[in-house]
Write a protein that binds this ligand. Structure first.
Ligand code: URP
Ligand code: ZN
Ligand code: ZN
Length: 473
């Protein structure tokens, strides 16, 4: 790859705006300097012109599900297609969720995910571990996984009979996490109560996708978040609430953080842009079935989440990218249609890894809710710190990986299934015009996207052995 110079742009990190050129030597950033203070062009192998553009750290999406087995099918993006789409959208690192299903060891789940990703990912990747079967062996294997760089574990208070753990299992896993310095990622919804409401809805003949949003009440996300915080407090484990959608959950996190507890949270673009109405319109609403569900806009969740991002009550925007096709998928077959006549059979999840950066810039910076620096912080720097990858990832600094996006703050794009690169047959944001676009993407010094062309390939990405969280108080 040799030496690359990015010239003429404004470097924006979480803390600084600099008129600076960037010298990349191989895969890392070698120097930053004022444009007239160097002669790097001499001997450079490649000059990348960033005139009029912002030069920002590559995005980090810490919540993806490539090829996730769910409800009798698999999420439609593989590591190959999903990581390529991520790169198109300015994301240069993902953390996906390896899965331990009941009856399997955690190490078997981890090895299966390593195999799926190896040689297929275009960008760097790490894993959290979904510990779906908490027992003595799983707790022992958490030590081994820590050594492998899997330093965060996801537990579910939802999905009884699938990934669900009861409070005792959660406490035991949290105690182990506290002992070894791991982070607990929590899917906080009261799945037991939700299942009662589901049963009652189906008995009334309420089978359309809209009822997915109606039965999964926001107060049950709030209750679960409060309970998770209490259990984390008892155990001493750091807690990270994933895919937060509800103000009741945000209130719980704010209260815990105000008390100085190691409690953190992410939200996702779907909860910032879409709402309960998207679940209406008959079976078309299946496109938007994910858990937690989209919320009633009139209740104010969306604006509270945006404000939480501005005030650092929320630290990260990830995607929970978990796409399923409305029609048949070429490899995995019938997907969302599995739930025709019964919303509980609709595979849960939505596509989002590609549009995340542009959506958050548009709704955040464009709408005056957050600064460009905060945009970088919540899409790259905090994700890297939260999950032990900083400063190699998440910033532009000497020694950091040259994961860099040239960003046009005035560029326009219309979101559409016709132009996206995710392997899914709809866009959740069809027709939305955003301001602020990804122009050029470098991953570890390699130009992946330039002038509307893709130059990456499967296997360009490598596994990241992550360290412990760098966000803890
Ligand atoms: O609906 C969702 N969120 N699907 C993916 C699995 C999860 O709970 O994150
Ligand atoms: Zn979840
Ligand atoms: Zn998820």
């Amino acid at each position: 790859m040799g030496r690359t110079v990015i010239t003429g742009g404004t470097v924006v990190t979480a803390t600084e705006n600099m008129t600076a050129d960037v010298l990349i030597d191989g895969s890392t950033v070698a120097a930053l300097a004022a444009p007239d203070a160097h002669n790097w062009a001499e001997g450079a192998d490649r000059i990348v012109d960033a005139s009029g553009l912002l030069v920002i750290p590559g995005g980090i999406d810490v919540h993806t599900h490539m090829e996730l087995p769910f409800g009798g099918t698999y999420s439609s993006d593989t590591f190959e297609t999903g990581s390529r789409a991520a790169a198109w959208g300015g994301t240069t690192t993902i953390i996906d969720f390896a899965v331990q299903v009941k009856g399997q060891t955690a190490l078997e789940g981890y090895e299966a995910w390593m195999e799926k990703a190896e040689g297929n990912c275009a960008i760097d990747y790490g894993f959290h571990m979904i510990t779906g079967d908490i027992n003595d062996q799983t707790l022992k294997e958490m030590d081994i996984l820590m050594d492998e760089g899997v330093t965060s574990f996801k537990l579910f208070m939802a999905y009884p009979g699938v990934f669900y753990s009861d409070d005792g299992e959660i406490l035991r896993a949290m105690q182990k996490a506290a002992e070894i310095g791991a982070v607990i990622c929590m899917h906080a919804e009261n799945g037991i109560a939700i299942d009662v409401l589901v049963e009652q809805a189906l008995a009334r003949g309420e089978t359309d996708p809209i009822y997915h949003g109606i039965v999964r009440r926001s107060i049950l996300e709030g209750e679960a978040t409060n309970r998770a915080i209490a259990l984390a407090d008892v155990s001493g484990a750091p807690l990270y609430i994933v895919h937060m959608s509800a103000q009741e959950s945000l209130d719980a996190v704010i209260a815990a953080r105000d008390l100085g507890k190691n409690v953190f949270a992410e939200t996702c673009p779907q909860y910032l842009f879409l709402d309960l109405d998207n679940l209406g319109n008959g079976f078309d609403g299946a496109k938007y079935v994910a858990s937690p569900p989209l919320r009633d806009r009139a209740e104010g969740h969306q604006e509270r989440l945006w404000r939480g991002l501005a005030t650092n009550d929320l630290q990260v925007v990830s995607t929970d990218h978990c796409p399923f096709c409305m029609g048949d998928h070429h490899t995995f077959g019938t997907q969302k249609q599995l739930g025709v006549g019964d919303f509980t059979k609709i595979p849960n999840g939505m596509p989002g890894v590609e549009p995340r950066m542009e959506l958050i810039h548009h709704g955040g910076v464009g709408e005056g809710r957050i600064s460009m620096n905060r945009f970088v912080e919540i899409t790259a720097t905090n994700p890297a710190k939260m999950f032990g990858m900083h400063p190699k990832k998440g910033t532009i600094a000497v020694g950091a990986d040259a994961d860099i996006v040239l960003w046009d703050p005035t560029g326009k794009r219309t979101m559409s299934v016709e132009t996206h690169h995710m392997d899914v047959d709809y866009s959740a944001y069809e027709g939305l015009e955003v301001t602020g676009t990804v122009e050029t993407v470098l991953s570890k010094g390699k130009v992946m996207v330039e002038n509307g062309e893709y130059h990456g390939k499967a296997g360009d990405g490598a596994y990241i052995k992550r360290g412990t969280s760098q966000m803890l108080i």
